[in-house]
Ligand binder design. Structure first.
Ligand SMILES: *[C@@H]1O[C@H](CO)[C@@H](O)[C@H](O)[C@H]1NC(C)=O
Ligand SMILES: *[C@@H]1O[C@H](CO)[C@@H](O)[C@H](O)[C@H]1NC(C)=O
Ligand SMILES: *[C@@H]1O[C@H](CO)[C@@H](O)[C@H](O)[C@H]1NC(C)=O
Ligand SMILES: *[C@@H]1O[C@H](CO)[C@@H](O)[C@H](O)[C@H]1NC(C)=O
Ligand SMILES: *[C@@H]1O[C@H](CO)[C@@H](O)[C@H](O)[C@H]1NC(C)=O
Ligand SMILES: *[C@@H]1O[C@H](CO)[C@@H](O)[C@H](O)[C@H]1NC(C)=O
Ligand SMILES: *[C@@H]1O[C@H](CO)[C@@H](O)[C@H](O)[C@H]1NC(C)=O
Ligand SMILES: *[C@@H]1O[C@H](CO)[C@@H](O)[C@H](O)[C@H]1NC(C)=O
Ligand SMILES: *[C@@H]1O[C@H](CO)[C@@H](O)[C@H](O)[C@H]1NC(C)=O
Ligand SMILES: *[C@@H]1O[C@H](CO)[C@@H](O)[C@H](O)[C@H]1NC(C)=O
Ligand SMILES: *[C@@H]1O[C@H](CO)[C@@H](O)[C@H](O)[C@H]1NC(C)=O
Ligand SMILES: *[C@@H]1O[C@H](CO)[C@@H](O)[C@H](O)[C@H]1NC(C)=O
Length: 723
């Protein structure tokens, strides 16, 4: 047996050497790689779980056979794919690693392609190391935490045709020497903190095809020579933090033929620039966040190849030319937050390629054209904040995910439910729908957000809660005329993260089981939000946040519970203190009695706590001083007594937070607590002196103009303001 195996193995070896000539990688390159691996091991301590993907890096074998390593025919290392090499395999927070860990790599001078993207390497890009890698053609460094400037040694990499430094925190200016990398085809510097102007040396990048500079802090005029780089296909500049300006007197010649003109927030004013009409191969146009005025140009509607038209956040007006919808290539049309008017044309159904259609925040009116049902690929439809009307919605046919926002229009009739099975977000609020909720909402097993705000819903909360799928994360039932009570089995809605039941007619008490809502009661620090689909969308939502109605973005960061404005009575269950993930708890404007539970000191994530306008009594628990992120507190209009706690965030609250109670005292409301008065308490003649003493001592810092008339009131002495 053993001999047979040996013989077979020998035959295998011989065959292998005949078929694949073996060049082992140079010993110094292998050592460099092993050194890099051991650097990583030092960071992670454990060799097994964290970077299993380097297991094949065995000192006993040829490094050309290792995973993530490619060698030339002569056996030297030419490609290293070290992307995501530090990504933990088990779910845990990724660890930042000093960029010095890269040092061994710079000894491998034969490298032609190096990918170290998505590693959370932090610190400066090593200054000198890259100067060694003069054969590099491709360098991928995006999605790390690199800071500082681009080192000048990069200028020596003149063979580079692909340079990706996107999604880091690089700053200073974009260096002039970038213009020396004349072989560059693709340059991604987007999502950094580069300042200054776009360097004119870039004119020399005569092979440039993709230039992505968006989401930096670049300023100055957008140079027109960009449009003379004849190879340029994708231009993506502007975006968040941009201070770029488009000088609309400049004539762009037709030197290049761009496929993507992505110029959000580029300070473009006036009409949509007409030179764009000369770009016959245009695929994608993004001019969002500029200062465009005037109408949707006819020439743009006639560019039939165009796939994306993003014109949101401008001041465009008039009607949209119907002929834009004759194109079957159109995939995305975003006209949100302009001043367009008129109706959506019936011919919209001919644009069967549309996936994304958003016209939110305009003056559109009329019915939703029935033909929209023909657009089977339609995945996101946002018609919110217009004047659409009608007593039914058309049928939507999306096969997978579907996002619908028709909120804040004039739709009426029964609450519609004929949505695709894969519906994820449904915003129906702010319309005149009314009626009972049909039971079949449970079929929408992917539903994450349901906004029914301001709709008149017939029924009781305890009955309709059963009709929602357990996937539901955000439920807005604000001002929906709901009756009933909060059922004890509410915790079965296991995904609730934002629950707004405010301004209804709910009675009964808050069930202690409410504290078992899993997404609300996990610790604020143990990111409760990771499994959510919300991460890959930029949906927003109007809620009452910190006492004003606001449009929240980045919904995944919010965990909110709003029960305000009902007829809820009984005491606050102490278990509510377990809702550690909550950022806002509002139970104001009810008939809740009893004490504020001590356990509220455990609401570690809370930023806004409103229990005002109830019948609460007893004192405010000192434990509230543990709430390090609390910025809004309202306990006003109750029957609270005793000393208002001091310390940390408590000291930042103002008088209004505490007003109209039965007997609170403390510095916030300028009422001295009896326990703070030295023992000589008593006779009226002494009081004036006493108060002066406090004024000059403890109370320094209050504006002058208060004084001095003191009277006993429920164990406290109040200072009245006389003017
Ligand atoms: C590695 O070990 C050191 C010392 O034993 C320890 O301080 C560090 O937290 C460990 N790092 C990781 C990622 O486990
Ligand atoms: C460049 O490569 C040489 C030869 O391998 C090596 O000695 C030197 O340390 C490298 N320089 C840097 C900055 O890594
Ligand atoms: C770049 O190359 C020049 C010569 O071409 C050399 O003098 C210089 O040291 C190199 N710079 C770096 C940082 O490697
Ligand atoms: C472009 O390159 C030429 C020759 O290499 C050089 O003379 C010129 O200064 C460069 N232009 C800019 C703007 O850097
Ligand atoms: C726009 O460009 C023209 C010609 O280059 C120049 O005269 C003018 O000052 C520029 N306008 C602004 C506002 O910068
Ligand atoms: C150029 O911009 C100015 C505002 O900066 C605007 O008033 C003017 O209408 C624009 N001209 C054109 C042709 O768009
Ligand atoms: C939008 O354009 C109109 C004229 O069409 C003008 O009256 C209005 O001031 C503009 N609004 C803004 C915010 O620029
Ligand atoms: C929007 O356009 C209408 C005319 O259609 C105009 O009366 C109104 O002032 C515009 N609104 C803004 C904010 O520019
Ligand atoms: C719209 O599509 C229908 C068929 O789906 C076709 O008959 C009609 O001509 C199209 N309209 C235009 C203006 O292309
Ligand atoms: C839900 O029921 C209503 C009528 O009660 C019906 O019109 C609708 O098609 C149903 N929706 C689904 C997804 O079954
Ligand atoms: C509010 O609820 C109470 C008790 O359930 C009920 O008597 C009353 O009619 C309700 N009010 C409205 C407006 O539905
Ligand atoms: C408090 O707020 C800070 C900054 O927003 C955040 O980093 C921290 O995680 C918050 N603490 C808790 C317990 O939520």
């Amino acid at each position: 047996m053993a001999t047979t195996t040996t013989v077979l193995f020998l035959i295998f070896l011989i065959l292998k050497s005949i078929i694949i000539p073996t060049f082992s990688c140079p010993i110094h390159q292998k050592q460099a790689l092993l050194y890099f691996k051991s650097n990583l091991a030092n960071v992670f301590n454990s060799s097994s779980t964290q970077y299993e993907n380097l297991d094949s890096w065995d000192p006993a074998s040829d490094c050309c056979s290792w995973a993530r390593v490619t060698c030339s025919r002569t056996g030297s290392v030419t490609e290293l794919e070290l992307n995501m090499v530090t990504t933990p395999l088990e779910y845990s927070d990724p660890i930042s690693i000093s960029s010095e860990i890269l040092t061994p790599i710079f000894r491998i001078q034969s490298l032609e392609s190096l990918d170290i993207s998505e590693n959370l390497f932090k610190g400066e890009i090593p200054r000198d190391g890259f100067g060694n890698l003069t054969k590099l053609r491709q360098l991928y460094m995006s999605r790390n935490n690199f800071i500082g400037s681009i080192p000048s040694s990069i200028a020596n990499l003149t063979k580079l045709n692909f340079l990706d430094l996107a999604d880091n925190s690089l700053s200073l200016e974009i260096p002039t020497f970038i213009g020396r990398l004349t072989n560059l085809n693709i340059l991604y510097l987007n999502n950094n903190q580069f300042t200054g102007v776009i360097p004119s040396s870039m004119q020399n990048l005569s092979k440039l095809s993709d230039l992505w500079l968006k989401d930096n802090m670049l300023a100055g005029e957008i140079p027109t020579w960009l449009f003379k780089i004849r190879t340029l296909k994708e231009l993506y500049i502007g975006g968040k933090g941009s201070n770029l300006i488009w000088n609309n007197t400049t004539k762009v010649d037709q030197g290049c033929s761009l496929q993507d003109i992505l110029m959000p927030s580029c300070g473009i004013s006036g009409q949509i620039p007409e030179w764009i009409s000369s770009q016959k191969d245009l695929n994608r146009l993004d001019l969002s966040g500029n200062k465009l005025e005037g109408r949707f140009p006819h020439w743009l509607a006639e560019m039939y190849n165009i796939q994306y038209i993003i014109l949101s956040d401008n001041n465009l007006s008039g009607q949209i030319p119907p002929r834009i919808f004759i194109s079957v290539y159109l995939q995305a049309l975003d006209l949100s937050r302009n001043n367009f008017s008129g109706e959506l044309p019936e011919i919209i159904g001919n644009a069967t390629g549309i996936v994304y259609l958003a016209v939110s925040g305009n003056n559109f009116s009329g019915l939703i054209p029935k033909s929209i049902s023909k657009i089977e690929k339609l995945t996101l439809l946002d018609l919110s904040r217009n004047r659409f009307f009608g007593d039914s919605l058309p049928i939507f046919r999306a096969r997978d995910d579907f996002f619908l926002d028709v909120s804040n229009n004039y739709f009426s009739g029964k609450i519609p439910t004929n949505f695709p099975k894969g519906t994820k977000f449904l915003y129906l609020g702010g319309n005149k729908f009314s009626g009972s909720l049909p039971f079949n909402l449970t079929k929408f097993v992917n539903l994450r957000i349901l906004d029914l705000r301001d709709i008149i819903i017939k029924g009781n909360l305890q009955d309709i809660l059963r009709q929602f799928p357990t996937s539901l994360e955000i439920l807005i039932l604000r001002n929906t005329s709901l009756n009933g009570y909060i059922p004890t089995n509410i915790f079965k809605c296991t995904s609730f993260r934002i629950l707004d039941l405010s301004r209804n007619n709910l009675t009964g008490s808050i069930p202690r089981q409410m504290a078992n809502l899993p997404m609300m009661n996990m610790s604020a620090s143990s990111n409760p939000l990771s499994p959510s689909v919300l991460e890959d969308s930029d949906q927003d939502l109007i809620v009452n946040w910190k006492k004003s109605s606001q449009r929240l973005r980045n919904l995944r960061f919010f965990v909110l519970l709003d029960l305000s404005g009902n007829n809820i009575s009984g005491e606050i269950p102490a278990s509510l203190g377990n809702l550690k993930a909550l950022k806002q708890l509002n139970i104001s404007h009810n008939k809740i009695s009893g004490n504020i539970p001590l356990s509220f000191g455990n609401l570690e994530g809370i930023e806004s706590l409103d229990v005002s306008h109830n019948e609460l009594s007893g004192s405010i628990p000192q434990s509230l001083d543990q709430l390090g992120n609390l910025t809004v507190l309202d306990v006003s209009n109750n029957m609270l007594t005793g000393k208002i706690p001091r310390g940390r965030q408590m000291d930042t609250m103002d008088e209004l937070s505490f007003q109209n109670n039965s007997g609170l005292c403390g510095m916030h409301i300028k009422i001295i607590c009896p326990e703070d008065i030295p023992s000589s308490e008593g006779r009226v003649e002494e009081e004036e002196d006493l108060s002066r003493m406090f004024w000059e001592g403890t109370w320094i810092g209050f504006p002058i103009g208060f004084f001095l008339l003191m009277s006993y009131h429920l164990n406290c002495i109040q200072l009245f303001k006389i003017w």
